[in-house]
Write a protein that binds this ligand. Structure first.
Ligand code: COA
Length: 197
């Protein structure tokens, strides 16, 4: 499958490219680690059949070329190993916002790679793609994810609770989440890079 170069992002250490249907084994590899899935499914790995029938089709359903949105698998520039994915998709609850997300293989945690990929998506989303507001949500206890949001420049906006439908079998306390956000105007103030009309 040919790649769409305008949707490839290259940082100092990683390369983000668009998701394609052949990525199912990579997604399965990532979702097979209970530690990776701790704050997503209470550590339950995703079966390959579910990746094929539900997860990948849903991820591909967000795929848009202009302005770009969807999922970006990431690979190390040195060596080419798959490290995980990033996403930029419409926020379900707050209309007009785009939601950032990330999931990395455990062996690549703690090296600043999630922050590096997120910063690249933020820069492209504001500078090149014209999105007005980005946000991110995570569970209150997902400290690594919260830290990535903070390091990438997002600001804490408040607490909320995920619905029982979103997290079936979780208690209300376990469903408490936090939301962070960043507008193009705020980004411009800190980066001085973006022109918003
Ligand atoms: C969240 C995740 C993407 C972070 O990836 P990463 O590449 O390790 O992130 P970074 O290295 O850029 O930054 C992580 C930060 O969190 C900090 N951190 C990690 N675990 C932490 C913890 N338990 N408590 C507090 N801070 C923690 C790190 O020290 C680092 O901050 P620092 O640079 O100030 O020291 C990765 O842990 C992951 O894939 N987790 C599983 C999937 C997931 O939960 N995704 C998010 C769902 S919303």
């Amino acid at each position: 499958m040919s790649e769409r170069p305008e949707n490839v992002l290259v940082t100092e250490r990683i390369r983000l490219r668009r998701l394609n249907p052949a990525d199912a084994p990579l997604l399965h590899e990532l979702d097979s680690d209970p530690e990776v899935m701790r704050h997503i499914s209470k550590s339950v790995p995703t079966p390959f059949e579910k990746i094929l029938s539900e997860v990948l089709p849903r991820m591909l359903s967000w795929d848009r070329e202009s302005p770009p949105q969807g999922f970006w698998p990431a690979h190390l520039l040195a060596g080419g190993e798959f490290i995980g994915w990033f996403h930029l998709r419409p926020e379900k609850i707050s209309a007009g916002e785009m939601e950032l997300g990330y999931r990395l293989k455990r062996e690549y945690w703690g090296r600043g790679l999630a922050t590096e990929g997120t910063r690249a998506l933020i820069a492209a989303a504001f500078r090149d793609w014209g999105y007005p507001k980005l946000s991110a949500r995570t569970l209150v206890g997902n400290h690594a994810s919260r830290r990535v949001m903070e390091k990438a420049g997002l600001r804490f906006e408040g607490h909320f609770y995920w619905s029982q439908e979103a997290l079936p079998g979780w208690t209300e306390e376990e469903r408490q989440g936090v939301k962070y956000g960043l507008s193009a105007g705020e980004y411009q103030q800190v980066s001085g890079e973006v022109t918003v009309v």
